[in-house]
Design a protein around this ligand. Structure first.
Ligand code: SER
Length: 313
């Protein structure tokens, strides 16, 4: 491989697994991990790692030059809950990180960029079921506002400067290798830790709050899939679906494996965020354009999570 790949935010929930998969595909030495903090053992040991502050453009440039990077996955963001608590910090980090990378791509330093969007771009006026790709998009959260602005900036840089940038609107992501932090959908990960440790969980969302979710392996395949797809005539941030469930439905699926598991509900301010997001999304555009298809269903995901965490915690 004559050009290398950089993952920024490689210690995060998605970044960790993305690095490992990309190293499997392209070779360990061709995939550079970077973050402001150390990552998990596998990431740190299996290939190159750079400490990198995404807000420092000169440092980014140095890493790009040092490793002859041509492709960047920008997996850095402050998620929905933390963003509500620190709107300005979230806006600055979420937007400046993107600007830094888009500008470097505009100058030709980087040839291809992945930037993650989210179901959070949708808001209370959006149709909730089978939410279309193009619809009313008026987010009501700080995080959603930053993601929608990001989508618009990606479209702008693509149109005006020819930057090749690819995006997915991730649903809630469920994984066990690295914990998520500060998201509204995080209950669907926390619940597994508590199911194993205490056999009970107090959920911060109402029992019937249905949200679109996905197991991490599918999210990683989608991320790499959209980057490997032929370039579309214009930028698009793809809706992506796998399965949807409520906390109650997830608890029922866990009870199939751990019959004594119990759940109770104590909704807090995160409920206000969750109720503005879709229940399910229409991802036919991703299916048609680059053959997207989810492989893991709810029951399989539950079994994999319980097995994976059994050895971790
Ligand atoms: N998982 C994210 C959150 O809950 C949504 O993209 O903030």
């Amino acid at each position: 491989m004559d050009s290398k790949i950089l993952i920024i935010g490689s210690s995060g929930q998605i970044g960790t697994e993305l690095v490992l998969k990309l190293r499997e595909i392209y070779g360990n030495e061709n995939v550079v991990a970077s973050d402001i903090r150390k990552g998990n053992y596998e990431v740190m040991e299996s290939g190159p790692f750079e400490f990198l502050d995404i807000t420092n453009k000169n440092d980014i440039k140095e890493v790009l030059e040092k490793h002859q990077i041509k492709e960047v996955y920008l997996m850095v963001a402050i998620l929905s809950v933390i963003a509500e608590e620190n709107p300005q910090m979230a806006w600055e980090l979420n937007m400046n990180s993107l600007f830094n990378i888009l500008d470097l791509a505009k100058n030709g330093t980087i040839e291809k960029v992945f930037w993650p969007s989210s179901i959070a771009v949708f808001g209370p006026d959006t149709p909730k079921n089978n939410t279309p790709q193009d619809t009313i998009i008026k987010p009501s959260t700080v995080y959603g506002i930053s993601k929608l602005a990001g989508e618009n900036w990606c479209a702008y840089y693509s149109r005006k400067y020819g930057v090749d940038v690819r995006s997915i609107r991730y649903p809630g992501l469920i994984s066990y290798k690295t914990t998520p932090g500060g998201g509204t959908t995080d209950y669907a990960v926390e619940i597994f830790y508590e199911a194993i440790k205490r056999k009970s969980y107090t959920c911060f969302l109402d029992e019937d709050t249905v949200l679109p979710m996905m197991y991490m392996d599918d999210a990683i395949n989608a991320t790499i899939g959209v980057m490997q797809a032929p370039r579309m005539s214009s930028y698009i941030s793809y809706n992506l679906g796998a399965f949807s469930f409520s906390p109650k439905e997830l608890a029922n699926a866990i009870q199939k494996q751990i019959p004594e598991f119990t759940i109770n509900y104590k909704p807090d301010s995160r409920q206000e965020i969750a109720k503005t997001w879709p229940r399910s999304v229409d991802d036919s555009k991703a299916r048609n354009d680059w053959g997207w298809e989810a492989k893991t269903d709810l029951d399989q995901m539950v079994i994999t999570m319980l097995q994976g965490l059994h050895y971790t915690i």
